[in-house]
Design a protein around this ligand. Structure first.
Ligand code: AMP
Ligand code: MN
Ligand code: MN
Ligand code: MN
Length: 304
């Protein structure tokens, strides 16, 4: 087991715990190095960093940028970013700008299939009004008894091609990677196992990502099946990308994931934290002292 988690969400985007509480939860599970990576917003990073310092846990400021690439939505994580960088801040503000209008359209589409009044209910779940998204709609649909759980609600209503799905233009790949680099961060392809395209297209994405300055890919992810790990480790190695690890934690009780600890990285690709030598030392000494029995494995589930 690895006491590292470089992908997790708070109430600043579509997680259910405030930033400090996510950090405390990860630390309580034995985490030694953590990154908060809310979608398209960095407002949680100050509280998260303060709590990590209180817990004596190493912290990397992060973000998960929504990107439109060809006809697909993909996610690019930025790690070790400067949250005050004006280029990054302006870029993220632009990505957030379309979300409210998209929510209005989602509610209108759901009304057409006999589910009225979704907007107010979804908004209640969105602590950060600029960051309303599909997970908030999902939670309100579940609250109204229209679907049983997150998996079912996305499958029936919110995935591409379903009645509540509204196409949206996010950041370009080159812009997202550029903002992350401008802010001094490392760009990471999030959960490559979750995309609706196969290996040849994934290879093309990786080549474009590298050309834009991207450097890493998630190899161990709470959004993957454990059997995917080996294959993404090889992919990282073949393309010369560093390997990252993250639970993609959103909420306790939605799926089985908890933040803070993950399965070990396979040998081969360079772990992304080797980029920060002082962090590498922390991870190496913490991993050597972990008791695997105290961190039961959780099952993978659907969120991304
Ligand atoms: P949005 O950025 O508003 O399109 O919302 C994307 C978010 O919806 C992801 O980050 C996940 O939190 C959630 N999500 C997407 N697909 C699924 C799924 N199949 N099951 C559960 N949650 C999902
Ligand atoms: Mn999410
Ligand atoms: Mn995520
Ligand atoms: Mn994601």
């Amino acid at each position: 087991m690895l006491p590292v988690d470089l992908h997790a969400h708070s109430t600043i985007s579509d997680g259910m715990l405030p930033p400090g509480e996510v950090v405390a939860r990860a630390a309580g599970r034995g985490c030694r190095l953590f990154a908060l990576t809310d979608h398209d917003d960095i407002r949680g990073l100050a509280d998260a960093a303060a709590e990590a310092a209180r817990q004596g846990m190493a912290f990397l400021p992060g973000v998960e940028v929504s990107v439109s690439w060809r006809r697909h939505t993909i996610h690019i994580v930025g790690l070790g970013i400067d949250p005050a960088n004006p280029v990054l801040l302006a870029g993220l503000a632009g990505v957030r700008a379309g979300r409210d209008e998209r929510a209005v359209r989602m509610a209108a589409e759901l009304a057409k299939v006999g589910i009225p009044d979704m907007l107010e209910g979804a908004r209640k779940f969105a602590d950060n009004p600029e960051m309303i998204g599909r997970a908030h709609f999902a939670r309100h649909l579940i609250e109204r008894g229209i679907a049983r759980d997150m998996k079912a609600v996305f499958k029936r209503f919110l995935a591409k091609g379903k009645p509540g799905y509204v196409a949206h233009e996010w950041a370009s790949l080159a812009d997202a990677v550029g903002w992350i680099k401008a802010a001094g961060g490392v760009a990471v392809i999030a959960h490559p196992g979750r995309y609706d395209f196969g290996r040849p297209t994934l290879n093309e994405l990786i080549e474009e990502f590298k050309a834009a300055g991207g450097e890493a890919i998630e190899v161990v992810s709470g959004s993957h099946h454990p059997s995917d790990t080996e294959r993404f480790a090889r992919l990282a190695e073949v393309h010369g990308l560093m390997a990252s690890v993250g639970t993609d934690y959103h909420a306790t009780g939605e799926g089985a994931r908890e933040p803070g600890v993950l399965a070990d990285l396979p040998a081969g690709p360079l772990p992304v934290w080797t980029r920060w030598p002082h962090l590498q030392a922390i991870v190496a000494s913490a991993a050597a002292h972990m008791d695997p029995a105290s961190f039961p494995q959780t099952e993978p589930d659907q969120a991304c």
